[in-house]
Design a protein around this ligand. Structure first.
Ligand code: GDP
Ligand code: MG
Length: 853
């Protein structure tokens, strides 16, 4: 860790040099001059001293505020194509509060009222309290003036009835935060400036004598100059109470003496659920919503009447207002809602179709099998060939229907399970007869077992000469998957995804297995289901694939899906047929959500949009908090240690993927790769093409950009080229993981890397009797070559991979078409090309690389 001088340290902790020196001397350190060096040990000594003194003296501050500043640069392309450089200053502020104070906050209110009298004269308004107090590591400089000014301009109407609550300084710094945010409009830029109270708080509160993190504020101030705005002013905190009888409220900003008559405070017990709408909380507090919003603002929380705040914030504000918060845990609005929805699901359960996931080792034929079943079973003749990316479909057999989930394998299955979603009744385990049990076969067995889902084994590639089903049987029996003819209870089928042999029997076996399970679900009443995957479609907005599990979903109903919600505008099945209703075990694609929910998120029908929004808001706040906690690297306690960051090697990644399922699979797999010496951090992950924002984020955080089946938009590409950013495209998950691993190990072996040699944009599509659909294209980049692999991109997302059937210019077959020329392209086995799509031609090249190239 770099050593710092007293001066730097003072700046880092937000104290004046003199103040810090005094404290250091009190701590027994010999420093006298600002330019003297402070070692790590000395910092620890100082910290220990500060902790101790805070613990011992009642005059010492009850909170300590720590600040960190980070400067980075964002490059942005301006309107006229000019490049702007914007300095971004990220300020983090953490306030640690001493446990004792929290307890004081809930002390009997009579006591508090008594204190009122004593203290009233000198400490009244928060902003004024600040200048008097200096006993803190974070000592004030300029704050008081501004606070007072503000107060004079806008006399506050609402003040806590009986505030035996937070220490005045804290109040002041919240006020400062709100004000600063106002001044810079920062709260509009980003919503990060909200206090966060980590989940651990409640537990910590019960422990003794510790500093605990009270809140953490992070604000982004684009273009901010170093050197401060009101927001970040350090604020001294003094232990003690600000108290003010109610009557004083009217005369704020004037002389407050002589109003000392203590009125009997009316203290309410206010029930605070997991999340609560501002309006609702105001009602429970019997105050106007406006007043509550202002109080929240003082605390640095920007919330409108209709927004919801989380429990911790609500408790804080209730106490701030002098009432007692009763946490109604954990029966949250969420649960109540869920219960309501479930309660109404009417009547007896009726038999429903089984939901099946196909699992198995890579290349054992999962996709081929699913494709075979789909092609041979799904109603043929639909326009445009196979719909891409509806992650599920149903097939009819003589004995009943089966719903197949077509998700990207194990990772999605575990991701869903991790979220508590049970969306599979039966796992079909595909094992190649020529290859036998492999690592992912074992993994699949473990997953299915952990989920309590029965297996049906499909021994695939039985058509191959070297097929050895007995070996598979044997190997599986060693993993306690024993076939019926060997006395076990697992059905084994011999199939071929190529010839179709045995596929009928497999379907029969699945139906048989499902009969044993006696799967039932109520059909009437509001629907319940689970998100299979979701993505943004440029024309249609968020599109989500859902599996209905119980009840019936009707078009026009409001649904809540994870932290998203919306009225179902349109609903279609896997064949693109519009539906009015969908019952149990039906996979559907819905339009109308306000965002992309995550795979495995529960879907519920909710009475109205207001209720849906309430829960969605709450969940958004929660997940954002979790994200920020992740980003701040699990918030270490020792503030000095935080300055020493950068010891561990960190590989920052900006990751974009085509669908949620892949994104999640990658996120969790990449997180697993990290070691003690090096870790991979996904600074940003999302669904869709790589945008300019992604690129500038990568630039600012020194990240590599990974595109999984997605491409960079034109603007992003320019920036990437100009700045020499590392952009890599992938279409196989393992390749990404492999690369990450190698990057972390610091050695990048020569490997295949794709090079895009040409891109053609589809302008029009013609039908040709001989070739099927022909795309009339313009080559917009490089050269399009006939004999190279291609991909079809829609909105920068890969929708098809394959090769060209034909490449023509003026009815002539050609081998190559150069940039700026028109041509006709036929894509082999793919008829769904649309105007606006891009066809990219690529080749794999071997490149030697070193870390950081
Ligand atoms: P996945 O990775 O499990 O989805 O496997 P794929 O479906 O992509 O199949 C991998 C390879 O095995 C492809 O080249 C398929 O053509 C081939 N394959 C799949 N099923 C069969 C089969 O039943 N018989 C033969 N001979 N080859 C198959
Ligand atoms: Mg596959």
């Amino acid at each position: 860790m770099a050593e710092v001088t007293v001066e730097q340290l003072a700046a880092d902790v937000g104290a004046t040099v003199e103040r810090l020196l005094t404290q250091m001397q009190e701590a027994g350190l010999s420093h006298e001059k600002p330019d003297q060096v402070v070692t790590d040990d000395e910092k620890q000594q100082l910290l220990a001293f500060l902790k101790r003194s805070h613990g011992e003296s009642a005059e010492e501050p009850a909170r300590i505020t720590l600040k960190r500043k980070r400067l980075s640069t964002l490059k942005m392309t301006g309107t006229q194509g000019r490049n702007k450089t914007v300095n971004v200053e990220v300020r983090k502020k953490r306030t640690y509060i001493k446990r004792g104070v929290l307890e004081d906050e809930v002390q009997p209110l009579e006591e508090a009222a008594a204190e009122t009298l004593v203290e009233e004269t000198d400490t009244t308004e928060a902003g004024q309290a600040a200048p008097e107090t200096t006993a803190d590591g974070a000592t004030p400089e300029a704050q008081p003036e501004t606070a007072t000014e503000e107060q004079a301009e806008k006399p506050k109407k609402i003040i806590p009835d009986v505030p035996p609550v937070a220490a005045p300084g804290a109040d002041a710094h919240r006020r400062g935060a709100a004000k600063g945010a106002h001044e810079k409009g920062a709260h509009k830029e980003r919503e990060e400036a909200r206090p966060r109270r980590p989940g651990a708080t409640k537990r910590e509160r019960e422990k003794g004598g510790k500093w605990q993190k009270e809140k953490e504020i992070e604000s982004f101030t684009p273009g901010a100059k170093v050197g401060g705005i009101g927001f970040d002013q350090p604020v001294a905190v003094r232990r003690g109470t600000v108290s003010r009888p109610k009557v004083l409220n009217k005369v704020m900003g004037q002389d407050r003496h002589g109003f000392a008559r203590p009125t009997a405070p009316s203290v309410r017990e206010v029930e605070v659920p997991d999340t609560i709408q501002v309006a609702e909380l105001a009602q429970r507090l019997s105050i106007k919503s406006g007043e509550l919003i202002k109080t929240l603002m003082k605390m640095g929380v920007m919330a409108t009447v209709n927004e919801s705040i989380d429990q911790d914030t609500a408790v804080l504000v209730v106490e701030e207002l002098g009432h007692r918060a009763v946490q109604v845990a954990p029966r949250s609005i969420e649960e109540t809602l869920v219960e309501k929805a479930v309660a109404k699901v009417g009547g007896e359960g009726q038999p429903r179709a089984p939901v099946v996931t196909v699992m198995g080792h890579v290349d054992h034929g999962k996709t081929s099998l699913l494709d075979y079943i789909r092609k041979s079973r799904v109603a043929t003749g639909e326009a445009g060939g196979i719909t891409q990316h509806i992650g599920a479909y149903r097939v009819k057999t003589d004995k009943g229907e089966i719903t197949f989930l077509d998700t990207p394998g194990h990772a999605a299955f575990t991701a869903m399970r991790a979220r508590g979603a049970k969306c599979t009744d039966i796992v079909v385990l595909v094992v190649a007869a020529d290859d036998g049990v492999m690592p992912q076969t074992e993994e699949a067995i473990l997953h299915a077992r952990a989920a309590g889902v029965p297996l049906v084994v499909a021994i695939n590639k039985i058509d191959r000469e070297d097929a050895d089903p007995e070996r598979v049987r044997n190997e599986l029996s060693q993993r306690e998957v024993i076939s019926e003819d060997w006395g076990g209870d697992t059905q084994f089928l011999h199939v071929s995804a190529h010839t179709g042999q045995g596929v009928e029997d497999l379907l029969d076996a699945i139906v048989l297995q499902s009969e044993l399970l006696e799967l039932k679900a109520p059909v009437d009443g509001p629907a319940q289901g689970v998100v299979i995957e979701s993505r943004i479609d440029k024309g249609r907005g968020p599109v989500a694939t859902l599996l209905i599990q119980a009840g019936t979903l009707t078009r026009g109903e409001v649904i809540l899906a994870g932290s998203c919600f919306g009225r179902v505008r349109a609903m279609q099945d896997e064949n693109g047929q519009q539906l009015q209703t969908a019952g149990p075990s039906t996979p559907i694609e819905v339009l109308g959500l306000n965002g992309c929910p995550e795979a495995g998120d529960e879907v519920l029908v909710v009475e109205d949009e207001r209720k849906a929004r309430e829960v969605a808001d709450f969940r958004n706040i929660r997940s954002r908090d979790e994200r920020m906690a992740q980003q701040s690297g699990a918030a270490k306690f020792d503030p000095f240690a935080m300055m020493a960051a950068g010891e561990k090697r960190v590989l920052n990644i900006v990751l974009k993927a085509d669908v949620r399922g892949s994104l999640e699979a990658l996120q969790s797999a990449i997180a697993d790769i990290s070691t003690d010496e090096a870790e991979a951090v996904i600074v940003s992950g999302g669904v869709g093409g790589i945008s300019e924002t992604d690129a500038s984020l990568a630039l600012a955080s020194g990240a590599v950009i990974f595109g999984f089946n997605v491409r960079a938009e034109a603007g992003a590409r320019k920036l990437i080229e100009k700045e020499g950013l590392d952009l890599r495209y992938y279409s196989v998950i393992y390749d990404i993981l492999d690369d990450v691993r190698k990057m972390l190990e610091g050695m990048l072996a020569p490997e295949l890397r794709e090079e895009i040699i040409g891109v053609a944009e589809v302008r029009d599509v013609f039908r040709s009797p001989k070739y099927g659909n022909i795309a009339g294209c313009m080559v917009i980049e490089g050269n399009v070559k006939r004999n190279q692999p291609i991909r079809v991109l829609r909105d920068d997302v890969v929708i098809y991979e394959g090769e060209l059937e034909s490449l023509r210019r003026f009815k002539e077959d050609v081998g190559e078409v150069r940039n700026g020329m028109e041509c006709g392209i036929g894509v082999k086995n793919y008829n769904d090309v649309k105007p606006g799509d891009k066809i990219e031609v690529y080749r794999s090249v071997e490149v030697a690389r070193t870390l950081g190239d």
